[in-house]
Design a binder for this molecule. Sequence first.
Ligand SMILES: Cc1ncc(COP(=O)(O)O)c(C=O)c1O
Length: 393
Amino acid sequence: MKEKYRFSTLAIHAGEEEHSPFGAVTPPIYQTSTFAFKNTAEVLEFQRGDASKYLYTRYGNPTQKRVEEKMAALEGGEKALVVSSGMAAVSTLVLSLVSSGEEIISTQPVYGGTYHLFKEVFPKLGIGVRFIDPEKIEQAEELMNDNTRLFFCETPTNPNLKIVDLRKLVKMAEGKQIPVAVDNTFATPYNQNPITLGADLVIHSGTKYLGGHSDLVAGVIVGPKDIINKAKETMKVLGGCIDPFGAFLLLRGLKTLAVRVERQNQNALRVAEFLSEHDRVSRVFYPGLSVHPQHDLARGQMKGFGGMVCFEVQGGLENATKVIDSFKVFINATSLGGVESLASLPVLTSHFGFDQKELEKLDVTPGMVRLSCGIEDEQDLKEDLKQALERID
Ligand SMILES: Cc1ncc(COP(=O)(O)O)c(C=O)c1O
């Protein structure tokens, strides 16, 4: 988009400049696997790089293109690639940049699926992954070597919302030709733009806030043209393309991102404040609370603190289970970012199967409840928490 519009305007209009057939205000869903050419000359035009032509949906589709242009605008990146899931975004990006014998440095915690990919799958392909503490990213200085090809992190982290100092990470990578990739799923582009802080790449599980209605699975990569083009070539052969209908749902969800996230920021802050004063809650994790140990860092790199809140109830797993089973508004479900509030127990979901030592290292405890605050009335959310916490002896 040529004009310099602000976020909410871009969320609606970026990527939508191309006139739809019949002037349809809502773009059509090009629900087709393949595209017809008038003649062989047109096929040649496509093969020579004519971006107005399409061949086959795994190689590109006009509905996907609209989302990609919108996401590039929202993250302040040069180009974007939309794929079939957040995991497809992570695997496609890494496999397009890192080969056997080379390495990644990643913070841990990262999302459980990403951790599994990094810890179990990539090493089998000869790709090494070295993990660092998100609060001590200077550890990367010691682990970096001639084979390091990528820095990867998530911020805020799951489930206990630690913050990675993005400016510090970028500074460390500076001059070393090692791209920095940030999974921005928890923060959303409304609250945080890693690329404007100097990171090279942003990844999203579009399944979460971007879609926003818990009705699709999608992923996005945003970054410099040359890397996105490489990732697209990798995606074409790995096969993680998004279906046109999924791309349309993502496009629709993005138009309301600003208003949804604004409300989710507000609800999460109110919920975190309420929990902080509750005598049956031992700890509350929310970067928007002034008592959060990294609150100042969060303020320096985020415009809002997001819809995720984690808290620890007294009495461990037994009481956490009682609380989550008593909710009437919060739904006991994994995932996050939708309009409906969700609650889950990390030790039974994202961190299920982790051994005790690993859990201790990550500070994930059996009494933790993770909330994804939706856009319901804040009072109803607080009353739901109140009645559920009263079930604990
Ligand atoms: C931070 C983060 N990144 C990536 C993913 C993977 O996304 P998807 O489930 O869309 O593959 C998730 C899923 O929960 C996530 O929370």
